[in-house]
Each structure stands twice: as structure tokens, then as C-alpha cells.
Design a protein around this ligand. Structure first.
Ligand SMILES: *[C@@H]1O[C@H](CO)[C@@H](O)[C@H](O)[C@H]1NC(C)=O
Ligand SMILES: *[C@@H]1O[C@H](CO)[C@@H](O)[C@H](O)[C@H]1NC(C)=O
Ligand SMILES: *[C@@H]1O[C@H](CO)[C@@H](O)[C@H](O)[C@H]1NC(C)=O
Ligand SMILES: *[C@@H]1O[C@H](CO)[C@@H](O)[C@H](O)[C@H]1NC(C)=O
Ligand SMILES: *[C@@H]1O[C@H](CO)[C@@H](O)[C@H](O)[C@H]1NC(C)=O
Length: 412
């Protein structure tokens, strides 16, 4: 049995307080379709649910299906000339070869969140290769092949028992007409509620966890619970396969890593600033556990020995650029207040919380220098090896986006 716990408490703090839409281009579409049809040895009329020009009825629903941020779902958001809704590996190969032969940019998109819309917007004419249908997971003995469109969960723990994962959320709220910060802890424990009660009473007595705050669930029910189904025991697991998104709000995410525990004074300061700034919240995800058992240079992901990942999170509902710039400014101010408490030189960042504020690439002559800025934040010391791999496999830098790994200077 698995167990989830939800605890909320409050800190009381005394305080005084783009690009244009590209017009449809029928010739481009005809050329692409012909090439795609040749490559996949399928007649063009059998590809009507795969190669989608802007005029296809499925174009907009397919494009929107994985837009998770209303900022990139407006009439002025740049749109691809064609969406390729790949249904098999040969479709992926044909999409790459045919896009390349037409000298168009290809943005690739799978099934996860993309906070900056990098996988489906561009400031040059582009196509989107959508791989969300490639969701098969094949288990072969100890290994599993996971389709690019499958989505993952994360299950790790901090320095406490490795069977315990706890996430802390700090959010500015108004309570009894006073501005304060709410701290919520959500936790997953692999075991019995009596065991997690004694564990938390020992390691985190401040939380005052009670039996009533815990629910024993099967594994799949705990997955439903993390997917925001309060009724995990009453909901069928099949709803996890339903990806119809809720209507998205506008949002911005940034991230940090903590290597040295933030002192109580530091936390007090940050909570005051959170109230002052207004709407930005923080989500702390502890590392350790399985995460730290893998060497930092074994995979591109370098942040394995950190104490925490911190997500800066803000959502809003008001459309328009004035609201957007005000809320973006909030997140940037708060990010500057966090600086003393998080890793520096480089200030590490989590790739999956894509943040274009930390640097972008114009893919001109300074491409490598530009990439070093964001690349070392995302990949640490693994950046240089990634550049070597990239230079070997994609010397022409065909696969590129605002923050892609660059080719080495002189080799492009
Ligand atoms: C935890 O349990 C206590 C005691 O029943 C209750 O007062 C509190 O509201 C619960 N907290 C949550 C977040 O459910
Ligand atoms: C597709 O194949 C035909 C016949 O082999 C060839 O004539 C044509 O040029 C090819 N078209 C494209 C766009 O590759
Ligand atoms: C996914 O699995 C199904 C059922 O086994 C199979 O029919 C389909 O071809 C697979 N798709 C891909 C892209 O491998
Ligand atoms: C949640 O559970 C309650 C009580 O069993 C039930 O009335 C309600 O319909 C459930 N909601 C969902 C979304 O399943
Ligand atoms: C995107 O915009 C359309 C049209 O306004 C809307 O119907 C749809 O729900 C929006 N999608 C998201 C994810 O917000």
C-alpha cells in the first residue's frame, strides 16, 4: 500500500504590508507532402491525418492539444505552416528529411509541459513534428523503451527515509485580511501510515502529522492523486490516458537549485519578499534517493547531488501584454532576491522548466558563446560533451531552438 499525506500550515509574518502568423503556402505544403509520401511509400491521400497544413480541420486541435500556457495560445502567437502528427517511426524520419530538404525550421514536440512554448513557436517559418502519439512503453527484461510522447512521474526523497518523498509549496495568501505565506507539504510514502507517522514524528515533528492526514492507496491510486484527483479511490486509472487539457492559464516558471541549506533568516527574508512581490510561489522538490545514486556525468542531467530543486511559479488569468509584463517582472524581481541562497556561477536551472530569461541563441557566429550561458546552467560540466556529440551527429545544426545545444565553432 502507498500512502499520501497532505498538511498545510501558515507562517505568520508581520509585515507593513511576436512573431507574425505565417500565411499558408500551398506550394510548400504540396512539396512537403510529395516528399513525405515518397519517403514513407504511402499515397498522399492516406496521410491526411499525419501531414496537416493550416487549412486542415485537424490542424488547430492538434496544435492546441499540447499548448499548456495561454501566453502561447493567442492570435498573434506564431503558428507552424504544417503540423506532422507522427504515428510511426518512419513518419519521424520522413518529417526530418523532408523538412531539411525544404530548408524550413523543424520544431519537435512530445507530450510534456513546455513553459516557454519553444517546441511549437518560432520567429522564422517552421513546421512542428508532434510525437505525442508515440506513447508506447515496451519492457524488455530490465530495460524499457519509452516513446517520446509518453509522460513520466518523479519519485525521489530527501535526506530522510528513501521511501519518503515530500514536496513543499510556499505561496503568498491573504488570511484574516493579513498577507502571509502558506506552506503546504504533500508527501508520498512507500509503506504503512503507522510507519510514516513515526518517521515524520521523528524527523519533522513541527508538521504535527496526524493519521487523518494520510490516505493509504494502491500505487496507481497514488499516481491518480498526484495527477490532482482528490478522489483517487473513486476514479478509474484510465483517466490518466486522457490528455484533454484543462483550459490553460497564463504562466511563467523559473527554477533554482539549493546546495547549502537556506538559513531560517534566509527563509524569513524570502517570505517577506514573496509577500512584497505579490503572486510568485515556490515549490521545493527534494533530491537525494535514487536521484543521487547516478553519477553527475553519467547522463546530461547534472543536478544529482543538490539538496533541492526550487520552482518559481506564477499563473494569471488576465489576458493582454500589460498583465503579462507586470507578472513577468514580478518573477524576475523575486528571482533576483533568491540569488544569494542558490547555486552560483553558474546559477543552475532545470531544463524541463524551460526559462528563456537565462539566455537564448540567435544561431549566428556567436552561437557557442550564447549557448554557454544557458547550457552551463542546464547541463553543468556536461555541456562540453553535449556540444561534441551535437557537432558529430548534427553538424549543420538542423535541430535547433532558442536554447538548443550548439555545434562547435567552425564545424557548422
Ligand atoms: C490534518 O489533520 C488535522 C486533525 O484532524 C486537521 O485539523 C487538519 O486540518 C488536517 N490537515 C489537512 C491538510 O488535511
Ligand atoms: C517522389 O518520387 C517521384 C518518383 O520517384 C519523383 O519523380 C519525385 O521527384 C519525388 N518527389 C519528391 C518531392 O521527392
Ligand atoms: C504501439 O503499440 C501498438 C500495440 O502493440 C502497435 O500496434 C503500434 O504499432 C505501436 N506503435 C509504435 C509507434 O510503435
Ligand atoms: C468524489 O467522491 C465523492 C464521494 O464519494 C463523489 O460524490 C464524487 O462524485 C467524486 N468525484 C469524482 C470527480 O469522482
Ligand atoms: C486556446 O485558445 C482557444 C481559443 O480561444 C481555446 O478554445 C482553448 O481552450 C485554448 N487552449 C488552452 C490550452 O488554453
Amino acid at each position: 500500500m502507498k500512502l499520501v499525506c497532505l498538511i498545510s500550515f501558515f507562517f505568520f509574518i508581520s509585515t507593513t504590508s511576436l512573431a507574425a502568423v505565417s500565411p499558408p503556402n500551398p506550394t510548400l505544403y504540396q512539396n512537403f507532402l510529395q516528399c513525405f509520401s515518397n519517403q514513407t511509400k504511402s499515397p498522399p491521400n492516406s496521410l491526411s491525418d499525419v501531414v496537416l497544413p493550416q487549412t486542415a480541420p485537424a490542424f488547430t486541435p492538434t496544435l492546441r492539444a499540447y499548448i499548456r500556457n495561454a501566453r502561447f495560445n493567442t492570435s498573434t502567437t506564431s503558428k507552424p505552416a504544417i503540423v506532422i502528427a507522427a504515428r510511426s517511426e518512419p513518419h519521424v524520419q520522413a518529417a526530418v528529411l523532408c523538412t531539411k530538404s525544404l530548408n524550413v525550421q523543424l520544431k519537435t514536440r512530445s507530450g510534456g509541459h513546455d513553459y516557454e512554448g519553444v517546441s511549437y513557436t518560432s520567429n522564422v517559418p517552421f513546421f512542428v513534428l508532434d510525437m505525442s502519439n508515440l506513447r508506447n512503453i515496451t519492457v524488455l527484461g530490465e530495460s524499457a523503451w519509452v516513446g517520446a510522447g509518453a509522460t513520466l512521474g518523479e519519485f525521489v526523497a530527501p535526506k530522510t527515509d528513501p521511501s519518503l518523498f515530500m514536496r513543499l509549496l510556499l505561496q503568498p495568501v491573504t488570511r484574516n485580511k493579513a498577507q502571509t505565506v502558506r506552506a503546504s507539504v504533500v508527501a508520498l510514502f512507500l509503506g504503512k501510515s503507522s510507519d510514516v507517522l513515526s518517521l515524520l514524528t521523528r524527523d519533522f515533528p513541527e508538521l504535527g502529522l496526524k493519521q487523518e492526514n494520510c490516505t493509504e492507496l494502491t500505487w496507481i491510486q497514488s499516481v491518480l492523486w498526484w495527477a490532482n484527483n482528490d478522489n483517487a479511490t473513486q476514479v478509474k486509472p484510465e483517466i490518466l490516458l486522457d490528455r484533454n487539457p484543462d483550459s490553460a492559464s497564463y504562466g511563467k516558471r523559473k527554477s533554482d537549485y539549493v546546495e547549502k541549506e537556506i538559513t531560517k533568516e534566509g527563509l524569513d527574508y524570502l517570505m517577506r519578499k514573496m509577500i512584497e512581490v505579490g503572486k510568485t510561489g515556490l515549490v521545493f522538490n527534494p533530491y537525494g534517493g535514487k536521484m543521487s545514486e547516478v553519477a553527475t556525468t553519467a547522463t546530461p542531467f547534472p543536478h544529482r547531488t543538490k539538496l533541492y530543486k526550487v520552482q518559481h511559479s506564477i499563473n494569471w488569468k488576465d489576458p493582454g501584454t500589460a498583465a503579462e509584463s507586470s507578472f513577468l517582472q514580478q518573477t524576475r524581481s523575486f528571482y533576483s532576491y533568491m540569488a544569494p541562497y542558490v547555486t552560483q556561477n553558474p546559477r543552475h536551472t532545470y531544463l524541463n522548466y524551460r526559462d528563456l530569461d537565462i539566455g537564448v541563441n540567435t544561431h549566428g557566429p556567436n552561437s557557442y558563446r550564447e549557448a554557454e550561458v544557458y547550457g552551463r546552467k542546464y547541463f553543468g560540466e556536461n555541456f562540453d560533451r553535449l556540444v561534441k556529440v551535437k557537432t558529430a551527429v548534427d553538424p549543420q545544426n538542423f535541430f535547433r531552438d532558442e536554447q538548443s545545444v550548439p555545434t562547435l565553432p567552425g564545424k557548422a
